[in-house]
Design a protein around this ligand. Structure first.
Ligand code: SF4
Length: 369
């Protein structure tokens, strides 16, 4: 299975925690950027003409901030230049403050069948603190427009002053408004972002407090029927993200657009993070790749194990053997012996026990060595 990722780097406003490649003041470049993106799609499509892609993910930035006809044009270009499977999963990220009925209709007409809505929290004061442009009411309006659709909502933990009641209000809101999927993840205060100052001042909840919020949120999600399938991802009725599952299975994906990363033919490569450089390269007929590396066998084995252990499906011994011709527990004998108490067997797979999944990073550190 292979996926396509498309990066739309424009936003209305920079959130205080954001270190993604997003440009709040450059929406006037959207038309020129999209023309370049269409060109990159065409060129990469020629390179991978023999393959079938099963998922498309339009992320950002805020894809829903650009004119929706650009997104429809992008999907048309993808279908013309890449071979998609019969029933591809096509996702778009949306900020609730940038959605209207016309946009959703155009997206659906273009074949988009999954929506990822960036709620973060139902507390308007916390949304303002985060620099988000939307309110709780905007999220409710967006959900009304998405009624009956397969859509995910983002829930963020570790916000300034966040309580269990805040987490409950957020998850209640998501559930009541029909989300089929929830991504619940902890805020990471990155150096250089405004929120990093709050972190340095000790104003954000510490690791233990965030873990308690996570446990609380997870139990609530379970009560509402959202089952965890990856450390930060929960789904109802089997609506797991096929695109992300491909990442965790170490499947191939081609990333297109500024800053997009790819993993194809055993090689990882990344496009430039500079918008002007990206457009210049494309217009001059070059791929804007700035980093590229062949993944060696040891790294590949570690990636396989690390990614699989994030999920509740764990490491499949037969899939590992098929990929590398060896036994994963033998390849990581010492690390496995040091951490065996955290694992359980499930058929052919070994996975981290439910109660330790949230702290899987500590377990994986052993495997890194
Ligand atoms: S909407 Fe997303 S990409 Fe845009 S500034 Fe906020 S966090 Fe960053």
């Amino acid at each position: 299975m292979s996926g396509i990722y498309l990066h739309i780097p424009f936003c209305k406003h920079k959130c205080t925690y954001c270190d993604f490649t997003s440009f709040p003041n450059r929406l006037n470049f959207a038309e020129a950027y999209m023309a370049c993106l269409y060109k990159e799609v065409a060129e990469r499509g020629k390179m991978y003409a023999g393959r079938t892609f099963d998922t498309v993910y339009i992320g950002g930035g805020t894809p829903s901030v650009v004119d929706p006809t650009y997104i429809a044009g992008l999907m048309k270009q993808i279908r013309q230049c890449f071979r998609l499977s019969a029933d591809p999963e096509v996702t778009i990220e949306m900020n609730p403050g940038t959605v209207d009925a016309r946009k959703i209709a155009i997206y659906r007409n273009a074949g988009i069948n999954r929506f990822s809505v960036g709620l973060q929290t139902a507390n308007d004061e916390q949304l303002r603190d985060l620099g988000r442009i939307h309110t709780k009411a905007d999220f409710v309006s967006a959900c009304k427009l998405l009624k009956g659709c397969n859509f995910s909502a983002d829930v963020m933990l570790g916000l300034k002053g966040q309580t269990k009641e805040d987490v409950k209000a957020t998850i209640d809101l998501v559930h009541e408004n029909g989300a089929t999927h929830v991504s619940m993840y902890a805020l990471t205060p990155e150096d250089g972002t405004p929120i990093y100052t709050d972190y340095l001042n000790g104003e954000l909840p510490d690791g233990d407090e965030v873990a308690a919020l996570y446990d609380y949120g997870r139990a609530l999600l379970r009560d509402y029927g959202y089952l965890r399938y990856e450390v930060s991802n929960f789904t109802r009725n089997g609506y797991g993200s096929r695109h992300n599952l491909n990442y965790w299975k170490r499947g191939e994906y081609i990333g297109l657009g500024v800053s997009a990363s790819s993993f194809m033919d055993g090689k990882r490569f990344t496009n430039t993070f500079d918008l002007d450089e990206y457009m210049k390269c494309i217009l001059s007929g070059y791929f804007p790749v700035v980093e590229s590396e062949e993944v060696g066998e040891q790294d590949a084995k570690f990636e396989f194990v690390m990614l699989a252990l994030r999920t509740v499906f764990g490491v499949s011994a037969s899939a590992y053997k098929k990929a590398f011709g060896s036994d994963w527990k033998e390849d990581f004998r010492e690390a496995y012996a040091r951490t065996a108490q955290y694992f359980e067997e499930l058929g052919d797979a070994t996975r981290i026990k439910d109660e330790y999944l949230y702290v899987q990073n500590r377990i994986l550190t052993e495997f890194m060595a």
